[in-house]
Design a protein around this ligand. Structure first.
Ligand SMILES: [Zn+2]
Length: 364
């Protein structure tokens, strides 16, 4: 197995094109064609993690946080970023980051947190806009089912928990084949009328190349007539944060206690308790203060995340409880998530999980 087998699979779930503009997810150090010895999964990639990879004979580190965010101009080992990259290169260890693209994946970082919180019906708190397109393709009636199957298999036609969604309308297509063509139906130089079906499907823009490729491969015509248009719709399957409900409403203090246990927090920084049970819960792993307004707008009783600043706590305005459980604490189970995703797809592969706690924040 090559490093590319791992990265391609992870990117089929969490495409690099779904990361935030400031991010640097992807293969940061190394050649993807390298034969994989084993992979070490961590939340952060530090020098200690590179040492652990050397010791465990792993030539790939899969980390949630990218070690490099902005361009490095010198490699003199003057800071931990340079030293980590230098050490990885010296020991032929590749570094791969799967960051905001994994945050935005519907079964990613936040789904894992939701499972730990025990909420049901988790949905994306802030779905992305304009990441969907509509494909309308015209094909002979007798080929329509086969073409639809190919489109669905390539990932088109998914709306929430429904798949194979399409709209089909019948009509007459016309064409006149020119010199040098080999028309599937009709004669060269004569206008042909064909009973066709117009198949319309929705799809994610990340999968456009794959879907158009599958369409061309399955379509009988030499020249496929199709339209691709961008949509303004939200994509409910991609975006930041999540929201869901507890099966049974819980007392506020009991819920905070549960949070503390599940996420092994030394401390939870929170706003005023509101003296009402917790039922609707919103959350975002990592630095999630930017989603407070979305959590308030959707009437969550509590918003759980990390990295809230002093002044941002005031924005709770006694309408919601903000619970800052810590950046590392909120995302620590991403390590297990990545391991689960990989072992589900590569049955004989057993990645190493880091034994180092990379949280730079200590509590006294
Ligand atoms: Zn993070």
């Amino acid at each position: 197995m090559q490093i590319a087998d791992i990265t391609k699979y992870l990117e089929s779930l969490a495409p690099l094109s779904s990361q935030e503009s400031y991010d640097n997810a992807g293969l940061i150090v190394g050649d993807e064609r390298t034969e994989l010895s084993n992979a070490l999964i961590a939340l952060d990639c530090t020098e200690e993690i590179v040492d652990e990879a050397i010791q465990k004979n792993c030539n790939l580190i899969i980390a949630h946080h990218p070690i490099v965010f902005k361009g490095l101009k010198r490699f003199n080992g003057k800071n931990y970023v340079e030293r980590t990259v230098i050490k990885a290169i010296q020991h032929n260890i590749a570094i791969y980051a799967i960051h905001t693209n994994l945050d935005h994946y519907k079964l990613g970082v936040n789904k894992k947190i939701g499972d730990l919180l025990g909420v049901h019906n988790p949905r994306i708190l802030s779905p992305v806009n304009q990441k969907l397109f509509k494909l309308a393709v015209f094909c002979p009636k007798e080929n329509a089912e086969e073409l639809k199957t190919a489109l669905f298999q390539a990932g088109a036609g998914q709306i929430g928990n429904y798949n194979e969604c399409s709209f089909n309308s019948s009509g007459i297509g016309t064409f006149k084949a020119g010199e040098g063509t080999d028309p599937y139906v009709g004669e060269i130089g004569q206008r042909h009328h064909e009973e066709e079906v117009k198949i319309e499907v929705l799809a994610s823009t990340h999968e456009m190349g794959k879907i158009i490729g599958a369409m061309n491969a399955a379509h009988p015509y030499e020249e496929v007539a199709y339209d691709c248009y961008p949509l303004l719709n939200q994509n409910q399957d991609e975006g930041a944060g999540m929201i869901g409900e507890l099966d049974t409403p819980m007392d506020e203090k009991a819920f905070l206690k549960l949070l503390k246990e599940r996420f092994q927090c030394r401390i939870i920084r929170h706003t005023n308790l509101l003296d009402k049970p917790i039922k609707k819960v919103a959350w975002c792993g990592g630095s999630g203060s930017f989603l407070l307004s979305a959590a308030k707008a959707q009437k969550a009783d509590i918003y759980i995340t990390g990295d809230f600043k002093y002044h941002e706590f005031f924005d709770a305005e006694n309408q919601i409880i903000i619970a800052d459980i810590g950046h590392f604490e909120s995302e620590q189970y991403t390590i297990d998530l990545l391991s689960e995703l990989l072992t589900k797809n590569f049955a004989t592969f057993a990645p190493c999980l880091t034994e180092i706690n990379t949280n730079p924040v200590k509590y006294f």
